[in-house]
Design a protein around this ligand. Structure first.
Ligand code: CUA
Length: 315
């Protein structure tokens, strides 16, 4: 609980915090040590090797291979050490998905943060999460570049228009924490802030139970509303391919290439159906660009994902 942190640092409330703080302090210590060393040596040498009289002759100094190699390779190895250390932490935050990660869907827009939980609750400028549970954030922007930043988690990533970005973290402390937008995004950028509530599991479950329809139920409604259901028949006999079990599977495209049907692929196929047409199907699907909000797209993807779990292909 009472970890010692510099008063300069924000509260430490995630699995990443101690790792990132340690890395930062090590880099800071490294920089300070070598800065002082260089300053001291410059001063000492300036005094020691100064011109002492008008008749001073500059001595002839021979190079030393060992010295040259030493001060090249040693710092190189040290910096490489920092690179490996930093990359390890970076991958943990941005690339390696924990096994049982709970999904959170963030949509940024001028000037608010909208969050959807798969179970149903939606919130604006707030985020409720349980303590001790690995989280996966999938984020996208409706307009310009924003950046989702929770200092107490030491977690920040740009939220881009037109592309999903992801990040992973496990909150380790119950409490209320700041949420910021960390990328200048217009007049109200400074007001694009919010609060993160890290709750005990039981409190979180109570909170979730207060939500309404699940994301996939909303997605199913949109699937009907936009007429997707008329072509994407579950038995595969429609004008479009069946979407049952398609999520995260390898889809064969016209021309023979395989593509993984992940969030990004599904989003692209809704907005720009001609980009990657499934093998043996015609490119007849109209674009839905500009018709469905990013939140809606996430809901439709959640629905398509839910079709995976149901064996035997019902709708
Ligand atoms: Cu959104 Cu700054």
């Amino acid at each position: 609980m009472n970890e010692k942190t510099l008063p300069l640092l924000p509260e430490s409330a995630s699995n990443l915090s101690p790792q990132i703080d340690a890395l930062m302090m090590a880099e800071l210590g490294f920089s300070v040590f070598f800065s002082i060393l260089i300053f001291v040596l410059v001063t000492v040498f300036a005094i020691k090797f100064r011109r002492k009289s008008d008749y001073d002759v500059t001595p002839h100094i021979h190079g030393s291979l060992i010295l040259e190699l030493g001060w090249s390779l040693l710092p190189f190895a040290m910096i490489l050490g920092f690179f490996v250390w930093g990359t390890t932490v970076y991958f943990k935050a941005y690339a390696i998905q924990p096994n049982d990660a709970m999904e959170i869907f963030v949509t940024g827009k001028q000037w608010m943060w909208k969050v959807q939980h798969p179970e149903g609750p939606r919130e604006i400028n707030e985020l409720h999460v349980p303590v001790g549970r690995a989280l996966k954030f999938t984020m996208i922007s409706e307009d310009v570049i924003h950046s989702y930043y929770i200092p107490a988690f030491r977690l920040k990533r740009d939220v881009l228009p037109g592309r999903y970005t992801t990040m992973y973290v496990t909150p380790t402390k119950v409490g209320k924490f700041h949420l910021f937008c960390a990328e200048y995004c217009g007049t109200q950028h400074s007001g694009m802030i919010g609060t993160v509530y890290v709750q005990e599991q039981s409190d979180y479950e109570k909170w979730v139970a207060g939500g309404d329809e699940s994301m996939s139920a909303r997605g199913e409604a949109l699937f009907g509303q936009y007429g997707c259901v008329t072509c994407h028949l579950p038995d595969g006999k429609g004008r479009g391919p069946s979407l049952v079990g398609v999520y995260n599977s390898n889809v064969k495209l016209q021309g023979g290439n395989l593509v993984k049907a992940d969030d990004a692929y599904l989003r692209e196929s809704i907005l720009n159906p001609r980009a990657k047409v499934v093998d043996t199907y015609q490119s007849i699907m109209p674009t839905f660009q500009g018709q469905i909000s990013e939140e809606g797209l996430l809901q439709i993807i959640a629905y398509i994902k839910s079709l995976e779990k149901e064996e035997g292909g019902q709708q």
